[in-house]
Design a protein around this ligand. Structure first.
Ligand code: CO
Length: 185
């Protein structure tokens, strides 16, 4: 059973620049940032109701997300549904003849289960299914720490909004994204 839209993922060339629209203009709160090592992306989360907008910035040129950005430009990458039983949902989709990218769920950090449905069978939309575990918040914290480490060690330079978040400074009124000299790509 589908519980809700977990997130809508959007590929952007630069997180900080993208926050200009999503946070400053629309007014969504930036609730979390993290580095996802297996996809080599930096991610920013903005909750809206029970769901989230997830911005993905590819860090290396080789990742799937980077290839997507290169080929198709910025835009919606996938829609993710949280389900209560991912195996059951995968069987249901498979029985309907819709091709799956992952026939079996992949197990992420914290035990979370993920699988993707092939866009060939969904009218061109990459659909992710997500079964959460109670360890999800610990996993997020771990990935946030990973991003903090990258900032501290100078492996990544972040502009003001992300940097403020990583150093736990609460920005007073959104983020100043107009400063080109402070941004990085
Ligand atoms: Co996703």
């Amino acid at each position: 059973m589908i519980k809700k839209i977990s997130h809508i993922a959007i590929v952007v060339p630069n997180l900080e620049d993208a926050l200009g629209f999503w946070v400053n203009t629309l007014g969504l709160p930036l609730s979390h940032v993290e580095h996802v090592p297996d996809q080599d992306v930096d991610v920013a989360f903005m909750p809206s109701g029970d769901s989230e907008i997830e911005l993905l910035e590819p860090i290396s040129a080789e990742s799937g997300v980077a290839r997507f950005l290169h080929k198709r430009g910025p835009g919606i990458h996938h829609i993710c549904f949280e389900v209560d039983d991912i195996e059951q949902m995968l069987k249901r989709i498979k029985d309907a003849g819709v091709p799956l990218i992952n026939e079996e769920p992949t197990i992420g950090t914290g035990g979370k289960k993920i699988a993707f449905v092939h866009p060939k069978g969904t009218g061109g939309v990459l659909v992710e299914l997500y079964e959460l575990t109670p360890e999800e918040s610990a996993r997020r914290l771990e990935r946030l720490e990973d991003m903090r480490r990258r900032l501290r060690e100078g492996r990544r330079i972040y502009a003001a909004g992300i940097r403020a978040f990583l150093t736990r400074l609460r920005p007073q009124s959104g983020f100043n994204t107009g400063n080109g000299s402070d941004s990085q790509n």
